[in-house]
Design a protein around this ligand. Structure first.
Ligand SMILES: Nc1ncnc2[nH]cnc12
Ligand SMILES: [Zn+2]
Length: 322
């Protein structure tokens, strides 16, 4: 039972949180055939590459500022309903451009959703702009430039997501330099689909305070020690890792080993309905599948607040709500 615990989520892709029923309604509204990617109320994919394709197709049925406001508001309402006090949403202004809405209107819709949810429940939220590796280094630089110039107080971080097997982290270094110079918090997907080398690359090239997943660092003992020594926070998404077959089952998932080795870990849901999970389930898994007691789970939640891309008064206000 974790329903009594306060919760924090640092790693959830906004479009990845789209409920299948809402996606279907959106597809019907815009007369889009989504049947190859959504059938019988579940998203259809079979491996990491087809998951990314499905994710991109699903994203295309959200088209207007109001669509994004509604999607954001609905997800944050769901989080607030399970005791979540803080959420970071990974967003892609590039996607706004690709669907013809434009990056500013896309972000404005998301911000409107954040304001609506906060008015109702007090949930605090921030945005992490992401580049997608499979759209190439230039597009990732474009995302970083957008985030750096936006001067939007809700945009506080920069990320790199997408096909981890495409290129090396060094190919995306310039985007992270732009984001770092503008004062954004840095995180990067690494050690999810690719092995420990990808996490080592990320540490060397990006020097991020956080890493998305990072779980395959477990393949290299020295690297695990380095993560612990540096205090790098891992945004661990166990349900996602099992769904994508990064590990065969929860018994072989390294969350506990990483924590016991002194690595700072937090728990998130990544793309919840795609992976048949939710933040609520991830907290339940922490208790039931990983055997963490309330104190250990609260420690991970506090780590999330420590690592959140927020100003200090907001961080202290979040600690006060724990
Ligand atoms: N789990 C994941 N890994 C990389 N890119 C993603 N984009 C959405 N979900 C992702
Ligand atoms: Zn992710």
């Amino acid at each position: 039972m974790t329903s009594h615990l306060k919760k924090v989520e640092l790693h959830c892709h906004l479009e990845g949180a789209a409920p299948p029923a809402l996606t279907l309604a959106q597809a019907r509204k815009y007369n889009i055939d989504i049947s190859a990617y959504l059938a019988d109320g579940v998203y259809v994919w079979h491996d990491f590459a087809s998951f990314l394709e499905c994710y991109d197709k699903v994203s295309e049925v959200y088209k207007t500022e109001e669509d994004y406001a509604l999607l954001t508001e609905s997800y944050l309402d769901e989080l607030a309903g399970i005791g979540t006090i803080y959420s970071e949403l990974i967003v892609s202004p590039d996607h706004g451009k690709r669907i013809g809405l434009g990056a500013d209107a896309y972000i404005e819709g998301v911000c409107e959703g954040i304001r609506r949810a906060k008015t109702k429940s007090g949930i605090e939220a921030r945005l992490i702009v992401t580049g997608e590796r499979h759209f190439g280094p230039e597009s990732v630089v474009g995302a970083a430039e957008y985030a750096a110039k936006a001067k939007n107080p809700l945009i506080t971080g920069f990320n790199l997501a997408g096909e981890e097997r495409m290129g090396r982290v060094a190919d995306y270094a310039r985007a992270f330099d732009i984001a770092r110079d503008s004062g954004l918090g840095l995180t990067i997907h690494a050690g999810e689909v690719c092995g420990a080398f990808s996490v080592a690359d990320a540490l060397e090239v990006v020097r991020p305070s956080r890493i998305g997943h990072g779980v395959r660092a477990i393949e290299d003992t020295d690297l695990v020690k380095r993560l612990a020594d540096l205090g790098t926070v891992l945004e661990v998404c166990p349900g996602s890792n099992i769904a994508l077959n990064v590990f065969p089952d929860f018994a072989s998932h390294p969350l506990r080993k990483l924590k016991e080795a002194g690595v700072r870990v937090t728990i998130s849901s990544d793309d919840p309905p795609f992976f048949h999970t939710s933040l609520e389930r991830e907290y339940e898994l922490a208790a039931d599948a990983f055997g963490f007691n309330d104190a250990a789970i609260n420690e991970m939640t506090r780590t999330g607040i420590e690592a959140a891309f927020v100003d200090e008064p907001t961080r202290q206000a979040l600690f006060a709500r724990m």
